[in-house]
Design a protein around this ligand. Structure first.
Ligand SMILES: [Zn+2]
Length: 103
């Protein structure tokens, strides 16, 4: 797949990922977690991102695998970008691959 096509398909994964945050009510849960401190909040943020990626992967894998593969390509090419609140690109690529094969 050409790089420009990978970027074309990526928004479809991103929309499914954002829907997952709403379905799982992450904003509500994260708002309550603030009282436990920044470390707990960062851990929950990282897990919320992985859960949203997995939801998107499972929602798209049958009929829009290009969107899933484009997300892996995007995360693979941003692997050096890390933060306390977000998983690394490499971690997201691996987790998506795992979710592709889960029930
Ligand atoms: Zn997210």
């Amino acid at each position: 797949m050409r790089p420009e096509l990978k970027l074309t398909f990526y928004p479809r994964f991103l929309i499914a990922h954002e829907c997952a945050h709403h379905v799982y009510r992450h904003l509500t849960h994260l708002g309550r977690a603030e009282v436990f401190g920044i470390d707990v909040l960062n851990h929950m943020l990282r897990q919320a991102e992985l859960d949203a990626d997995c939801f998107a992967t499972k929602a798209l894998r049958e009929h829009d695998i290009e969107a899933v593969r484009s997300a892996q390509w995007v995360f693979d090419n941003s692997a050096a970008i890390t933060s306390a609140s977000h998983p690394s690109g490499m971690e997201r690529v691996s987790h998506i691959e795992l979710c592709l094969h889960q029930q």
